[in-house]
Every structure is written in C-alpha cells, then in structure tokens.
Design a protein around this ligand. Structure first.
Ligand code: DX5
Ligand code: ZN
Length: 226
C-alpha cells in the first residue's frame, strides 16, 4: 500500500500570520507545506516569492526539530531563475509547469543541480507527452484538478483519468515518483482521488477554511485508510 502525504496549501492561510499558520498546520499533522507561487503573468494572481519561503523555513519543522518539506509550486514564467532561487531559499521540492518553460530539461536541471527535488505540473487540459522524455529526471508529478491561480475552486472530474494515466507512466518507469493532486481536494473526494492513483494531496480551503485543521487532516487520513 502507498504512503500518503497531505500537503496543506498556505494560499488559503491568513497571510498576516503566515509563520504561525505554518506552525499550526504542522502541529495539526501536515506532511508537507505546499507553497503556491503566482506571478500575475503565467496565472492571473500574485502571491509570494523566495524571500517569504526563506522566512517561513524555520517555522516548517516539528517540535523535535524534524524539518517538514516545503513543496514549492511555481506558477511563473520564465521558470529557471526563480526555480533556482526557491531551491536556495529552502524549498525541498520545486515544481513548475512545462508549458511555462522553453527548455524543460534545463529547468529541471536548474532545480536538481541545487540538490533539490524537481516536479512537473500539468494543467487540466495539458498533454502528458513531455513525460516521455524527462520521467527519469523528476521526483514528482503534480496533476492540477483546477485551473491554477486561485484556491477554493471545484474539482474537475477529468483529472481522475489524468491521474490514472500518470500512475501508469510512473509504474512503467519503475521510479520512486510522487503523484500529487492539487485543487478542490476535500474529505469527501480524497478517497476517489487516491483510488485513481494519487499518493500526495494538496488541500487549501478545505483545511484553512475550518477552525480545526487537525480535525480536517485526520478526517482526510481516515478517508484514505478506509
Ligand atoms: C491553485 C493552487 C492550489 C490551491 C488549492 O493554483 O495551486 O494549491 O491553493 O486550493 P484548494 O484546495 O482550495 O482548491
Ligand atoms: Zn498548488
């Protein structure tokens, strides 16, 4: 059976108290911290950059000091300079949209050459063809189940077929590659998303929209083991 990871997206956290929000969601059982970077160019919204990642890094740890991985999801174009900056700012995984990069293999190298894990992100209508050529170079595939740019949108059902297709490619590769899904994940649909083949779940509004983050994360884990 798979080891599942829950990656709360701080896009839906209180931006006036980000450090505290990261600590709270780590205390609530987050496995990773999902960090949504938007540039008002690749997507029509603007969030935060590498300096904010660096400032939050010391907050992304458990009480015993164990670091909680920072999962940076770059919705930016161009990719390479910011990807390298996030690797240097303490991100443990850096993912980008291949359609935002003119040279996907080079962008992957900009990340992995810093000793950081690299991921590719696929929008709801994006083809998976690029995986034919770079699957040996990446550590994570992120399937978008909403159009990127905003939290709180509804899950797009065709993402389930895409997750199944990515799962087949990962299994055929024989590599240890995480299959993450992002957008509209809730307690009541996470089991279906896992059944399609996902092992890592981003959730923003479902967690930060409720007062008790731990209760939501526990309910998600409960839905995953049933
Ligand atoms: C959207 C972001 C998501 C978003 C998910 O562009 O990539 O990570 O925060 O938010 P929810 O879980 O509210 O759909
Ligand atoms: Zn995201």
């Amino acid at each position: 059976s798979r080891t599942y990871r829950i990656a709360p997206s701080i896009l839906s956290a209180d931006f006036a108290r980000l450090g505290e929000e990261v600590r709270n969601v780590v205390g609530a059982g987050a496995d990773w911290i999902h960090f949504d970077v938007m540039d008002n160019h690749y997507v029509p919204n603007l969030t935060f950059g590498p300096m904010v990642c660096q400032a939050l890094k010391p907050h992304a740890k458990r009480p015993d000091g164990t670091p909680v991985p920072i999962d940076a999801h770059l919705m930016v174009a161009p990719v390479d300079a910011l990807a390298a900056a996030f690797a240097e700012a303490g991100a443990d995984l850096v993912s980008f949209h291949p359609d935002a990069s003119g040279h996907v293999h080079r962008s992957i190298q900009a990340i992995t050459s810093k000793g950081v894990k690299a991921g590719l992100v696929f929008n709801p209508a994006a083809p998976l063809d690029v995986l034919d050529w770079v699957i040996d170079d990446i550590d994570l595939v992120l399937v978008m189940s909403v159009n990127p740019g905003f939290g709180g949108q509804g899950f797009i059902d065709s993402a389930l077929r895409k997750i199944e297709a990515v799962r087949r490619r990962i299994d055929a590769s024989g590599k240890d590659i995480r299959l993450e899904v992002d957008g509209g994940i809730k307690v009541d649909n996470i089991a279906r998303v896992a059944a399609a083949g996902a092992d890592t779940f981003v959730a923003g509004s479902a967690i930060f929209g409720k007062p008790d983050y731990a209760a939501v994360i526990a309910a998600m884990r409960g839905a995953l083991v049933r």
